[in-house]
Design a protein around this ligand. Structure first.
Ligand code: NAP
Length: 458
C-alpha cells in the first residue's frame, strides 16, 4: 500500500493519496527556502501569536482531530484526545518560553579581550522531519513548535499510513498565521528521503522511527555535514526492588506496557523483578494485563485498540512464536482474537533468554517479558543488556538504590517510582542505538539553531 489511510480496526482502506512528483517536491523546497527568508525576520512576539493560535485550533478541534488519529492508526479515542490537548500545551509552552530559550547569553568579555561578547541563537533554515505514525501529532509538534518558534521552516515527511494527519498539520500552522511555506507536508515515500536530505536547500534533518530508518537518515545527513537528531526505538527496563510499592508498580507496569496499544517507544518492555517480591508482582501484573479491555478504539471504555498495521501485528506474532518455540512461557494473551482488524491481546512472557528475538529486539505491541533477579547488580546488568537506551524505570524506596539507578542505567531518562513519559519542560532522547540529540525543553529548541559567538571590540 502506498500513501493511504487504512483503518486498523477494520482493515478497510479509507483514502489513498498520490505521492508528490519530483517537480512538486522541488517547488515545495523552493517555497520552504523562500519562507525561511521571511520567517527569520519576523519577531518572536509575532511567531508566539501564531503558535498560540495553532494551540487554540488544536483545543477547539480536539474531537474531530482525535477521530482522525484513531481512524488512521488505531489508538483509542481517549488517547487520541489526550494527544491533541498535549500538543496544544506544547505549542503554548514554546510560545511562552521561546524568548528566554533564545535570549542572548552574555560571556565574560574581559576574559576574551572584548568590549562585549555574547552567544546568540539563530535559525538555520529548512529542516526535514521524518516522522512515525505512533504519536502522529505529538512527534511532529515536538519538533515543529520549537523549530518554528526559532525561525526555522519545517518539511514533514510523515509515515505513509497517516497522510490525513500530515495534511492537517500543514493546515494547522497556516491557519494559525504562519506564512505559506513555513511548514509543509511532503506526501512522499521513504525512498525520496535521502535525496531531500542531500538537497542544498535543506539544512538539517530529524527522524523519529526505527533504528534502520535512523541509520539511513543519520548517514545521509552526516555525509552532507548537516545536523541531525535521531529518536529511535527502545526496550525500556522496569526494575522492581523489594522496598517498592509493589501494587502500584504492577498497575503502572501494565499501563505503561499497553500505552498506545503497546506501540510506544518509551513503554516499559522488560520487567526485572527482585526475587523477594517477584511472585506478588507477577500475580498482580498478569491480573492487570488480563483486565485491559481490548476492542473498538472509538469506544470510550476501550483500553487497547488494534495494532496500526497488519505487518506490525505479524512482527509481534513472530517474536512471540520465536520465544515460545525456544522455551518461553505465555502467562496471558499470546493469541490474536477472532475478529476483523489487527488486534493483539496484552501478553506476558516468562523464560525469555538472550537468544530470543523478544530479548534482543524491540517488541512493538502489548507484550511484556518478566525476569527474576537476586539483587541490584544483576538487575542493572540485565537492564543494560540491550543495544537500546531510550528510557528506564526503577521502583525502590531506598535512596541509595535510587542513586545507583540514576547513575548506572544506560538510558536517556530514568523515572524512579513512576513510568517514563515526555514533558515539554524536560529533554527527551536516547543513548546507544536509541539515537542522539535531544528534543523538547530548551535543548530541543537549540538542536536546530546556529549557536553563534558574537565578539565586539572597541
Ligand atoms: P519506521 O518504519 O522507521 O518509520 C518512521 C518514518 O521513517 C516513516 O516516515 C517512514 O516512512 C520513514 N522511513 C522508513 N524507512 C526509512 C528509510 N530507510 N529512510 C528514510 N526514511 C524511512 O518506524 P515506524 O514503524 O513508523 O515507527 C515505530 C518506530 O519508531 C519504533 O521503533 C519506535 O520505537 C520508534 N519511535 C521512537 C520514538 C522516540 O522518541 N525515540 C518515538 C516514537 C516512535 P514510510 O512510512 O513511508 O515507510
Amino acid at each position: 500500500m502506498g500513501i493511504a489511510t487504512t483503518n486498523p480496526a477494520t482493515g478497510r482502506v479509507e483514502r489513498t493519496f498520490d505521492a508528490l512528483s519530483g517537480k512538486e517536491i522541488d517547488e515545495r523546497l523552493d517555497r520552504s527556502a523562500e519562507a525561511f527568508a521571511g520567517l527569520r525576520r519576523t519577531g518572536l512576539d509575532e511567531r508566539a501569536r501564531w503558535m498560540e493560535a495553532a494551540a487554540a485550533i488544536l483545543e477547539r478541534e480536539a474531537e474531530p482531530v482525535a477521530a482522525m488519529l484513531t481512524t488512521e492508526m488505531g489508538k483509542t479515542i481517549r488517547a487520541a484526545r489526550a494527544e491533541a490537548l498535549k500538543c496544544a500545551s506544547a505549542c503554548r509552552f514554546y510560545a511562552a518560553n521561546a524568548a528566554s530559550f533564545l535570549a542572548d547569553r552574555p560571556a565574560d568579555a574581559a576574559a576574551v579581550g572584548a568590549e562585549r561578547a555574547f552567544i546568540r541563537f539563530l535559525p538555520i533554515g529548512p529542516v526535514l522531519a521524518v516522522m512515525p505514525w505512533n504519536f502522529p501529532l505529538w512527534q511532529v509538534i515536538r519538533f515543529a513548535a520549537p523549530a518554528l518558534m526559532a525561525g526555522n521552516t519545517g518539511l514533514l515527511k510523515h509515515a505513509s499510513n497517516v497522510p490525513q494527519t500530515a495534511l492537517f498539520l500543514e493546515d494547522l500552522f497556516r491557519r494559525g498565521g504562519f506564512p505559506d511555506g513555513a511548514f509543509q507536508a511532503l506526501l512522499v515515500g521513504s525512498d525520496r528521503v535521502e535525496e531531500i536530505i542531500r538537497d542544498r536547500r535543506v539544512r538539517g534533518a530529524t527522524l523519529t522511527g526505527s533504528e534502520p530508518a535512523g541509520r539511513s537518515v543519520g548517514s545521509a545527513a552526516g555525509s552532507e555535514v548537516k545536523p541531525s537528531v535521531l529518536e529511535l526505538g527502545g526496550s525500556d527496563p522496569f526494575v522492581v526492588m523489594p522496598s517498592a510499592d509493589v501494587p502500584r508498580a504492577a498497575e503502572t507496569a501494565a499501563t505503561s506496557r499497553c500505552l498506545n496499544n503497546g506501540q510506544s517507544c518509551i513503554s516499559a518492555k522488560r520487567f526485572i523483578v527482585h526475587a523477594d517480591v517477584y511472585d506478588e508482582f507477577e500475580r498482580r501484573f498478569v491480573e492487570h494485563m488480563s483486565a485491559q479491555r481490548v476492542g473498538d478504539p472509538m469506544d470510550e471504555s476501550t483500553d487497547v485498540g488494534p495494532l496500526a498495521t497488519e505487518r506490525g501485528r505479524a512482527d509481534v506474532e513472530e517474536q512471540v512464536a520465536d520465544a515460545v518455540a525456544a522455551g518461553a512461557t505465555v502467562l496471558c494473551g499470546g493469541e490474536r482474537p477472532d475478529r476483523p482488524g489487527w488486534f493483539y491481546p496484552p501478553t506476558v512472557l516468562t523464560g525469555v533468554t538472550p537468544g530470543m528475538r523478544a530479548f534482543r529486539e524491540e517488541v512493538f505491541g502489548p507484550v511484556a517479558s518478566l525476569f527474576r533477579v537476586d539483587g541490584i547488580d544483576e538487575a542493572i546488568a540485565l537492564a543494560n543488556a540491550t543495544d537500546f537506551g531510550l528510557g528506564s524505570n526503577a521502583w525502590t524506596g531506598d535512596p541509595a538504590e535510587r542513586e545507583r539507578f540514576a547513575n548506572e542505567l544506560e538510558a536517556g531518562q530514568v523515572f524512579l517510582n513512576g513510568a517514563v513519559t515526555s514533558y515539554p519542560e524536560l529533554p527527551f532522547g536516547g543513548v546507544k542505538n536509541s539515537g542522539y540529540g535531544r528534543e523538547l525543553s530548551e535543548q530541543g529548541m537549540h538542536a536546530f539553531c546556529n549557536t553563534k559567538t558574537v565578539w565586539e571590540g572597541a
